[in-house]
Design a protein around this ligand. Sequence first.
Ligand code: NAX
Length: 329
Amino acid sequence: MKPPLRVAVTGAAGQISYNLIFSIANGDMLGPDQPVALHLLEIPIAMDGLRGVAMEIDDCAFPLVTEIVLTSDPAVAFKGVHWALLVGSKPRGKGMERNDLIRENGPIFVSQGKALNDNAAADVKVLVVGNPCNTNCLIAQRNAPRIPRDHWFAMTRLDHNRAIAQLAIKSKRPVASVTNMTIWGNHSATQYPDFQHARIDGKPTMEAIGDRAWLETDFISTVQQRGARVIEARGKSSAASAANAAMGHVHTFTFGTAPGDWTSAAVVSDGSYGVPEGIVSSFPIRVKKGGAWEIVQGLDIDAFGREKLKKTIVELEAEREVVRDLLQR
Ligand code: NAX
């Protein structure tokens, strides 16, 4: 039996976590032969709910679960963890502007960044899901100088999956036919889902779909607005699909991308494609088995794509200004 990997999940009594933790416990994320110790963090007021979740985990009798830690203390939650999934954050209240939400949630990610820095395993990797996830990731990363920059991610895998699904539906091809999708920039309505480099059955999307007007308008706006449409229909934000995306992210950054394909994730920019160095932006990423990754280089972005990329980057830079006082280095 392999030694257990410790996985922290924050916001563990929330709706995404309720769809996430049981799959982690079942081995779907890190493999069917990988034992896991679950470190579940909540705020004090939600600890009763979290105890209920823990009872249900017990009741599943998962063979891979070696330990369940329940806590409202980030130092305990992150002690020795190998993956930290930062899902918990305050939701956007009525009438709240995006910048209010950024300021409201920023301090959570300062303290969680520090607690990760001081307590996590040396090789910890962090996936930020709680919104605004790119900027929350930037804040936590800048407060955790010990953790290497390439161990930080904000989740754009849900947007990536949404974009693949839309191309599959439009082209009437199976989802598995759609490859080389990229989400660029921010996990927000400015994100750029890149149809230009995506492929369907190995062919350029333009050739397979042949309707550039649809790709430039309906496709992009459907992906950008999908979260809002789910809220309208369900009365609640995406939970199962968000949990599935978080699982997919960690799985890919453990087992690698398929040959010739890549994934999307927001990472600390190294300046590739003119994205300012240091901001957390989504890129096309190729991952090797074991988790080493690189930004896919050399994609030729046309004037339409460059305009879209610029817009989302401007938004990320503005968000960074809003939280500049929370960034330690
Ligand atoms: P819920 O409100 O159901 O759950 C959030 C949980 O976080 C609550 O139980 C709350 O008590 C807890 N929490 C709040 N502050 C905390 C703290 N300081 N430490 C630990 N726990 C804390 O929200 P849910 O639907 O699960 O969504 C969670 C986050 O994911 C939200 O910020 C949401 O906007 C974001 N999303 C991100 C997505 C992405 O693609 N990156 C998509 C889905 C989702 O919208």
